[in-house]
Ligand binder design. Sequence first.
Ligand code: ACO
Length: 311
Amino acid sequence: GDDHLQGYFEAIIEADQKVEPRDWMPDDYRRSLVRQIAQHAHSEIIGMQPEGNWITRAPSLKRKAILLAKVQDEAGHGLYLYAAAETLGVSRDELVELLLSGRQKYSSIFNYPTLTWADVGAIGWLVDGAAIVNQVPLCRCSYGPYARAMIRICKEESFHQRQGFEILHTLAHGTPAQREMAQDAVNRWWYPSLAMFGPPDSDSTHSERSMAWKIKRFSNDELRQRFVDMCVQQASVLTLSLPDPDLRWNAEREHYDFTQPDFDELMQVVKGNGPCNRQRIEHRRRAHSEGAWVREAAAAYAAKRAVREPA
Ligand code: ACO
């Protein structure tokens, strides 16, 4: 009966092994994974917009080719993650519908505008940097398909991060105006990047359960601290500063002390009231409806082939 199955599931988690799609799992575990993986997939897809905004204006052909490849990688991550979610018994169509109707979330970070070319650098360095800190532990997540998807995604994210770092490094060592543009982008993206890790542990509704299930391996605050510690070093190599006057090494804690992001702002952005929320969703809805004929044609073609070549 169910007790037996529950015991088997718990033993898999306890032994640090993977739960696979055909294994029995508690409904809440399945639901929470669908929620997290879908949000993650939606973030990749919506995340194409702020950088896509600069493809036509990249400062050289080489920069343009790199950015194009990067944005394409994000589309790939999105599709890869939708496929991981589908192993839990939901369809990609359903998930896309939940995104477009505002019933599922995507990361707060993609609701901020990309005002200058340096923003593409800051997104690569800080946003993809934060994504890596958050996602490397997900490679050890207890759900097999999600954990395996994360391995490849993290490799590509680290290329993205280097790419952003290199843009900022070039600007920071360029003309005074370029340097100022780089610093301004870092100033604007720093706190929203810290907020990406989610609410503080005391307000995180899912952390405790997700950690017991080994979906999450570290709490939001632990990962945020790890990210700050990593960035301080890298900012000094860039010769740029982080916009926090209270950032300093704490020898006792062996971590940097820092100013927390504004969590009220995070909640406002999550609720749909960030600077670009409406624009992002409208753009995605339009792209989805303009792509309807492609989906219909692909489905018609697949149906025809299924008749002609029965499997
Ligand atoms: N943006 C939008 N929503 C957020 C954010 C954020 N930055 N942080 C937390 N939330 C939401 C949660 O999804 C949750 O809402 P829900 O109950 O409707 O799902 C609520 O706020 C409370 O947060 P937590 O209880 O802390 O949620 P959780 O345990 O899921 O932790 C986290 C949030 C850390 C984002 C986790 O879901 C995660 O690791 N997800 C996978 C990584 C990911 O999605 N990255 C996307 C951005 S990176 C990129 O795509 C480049």
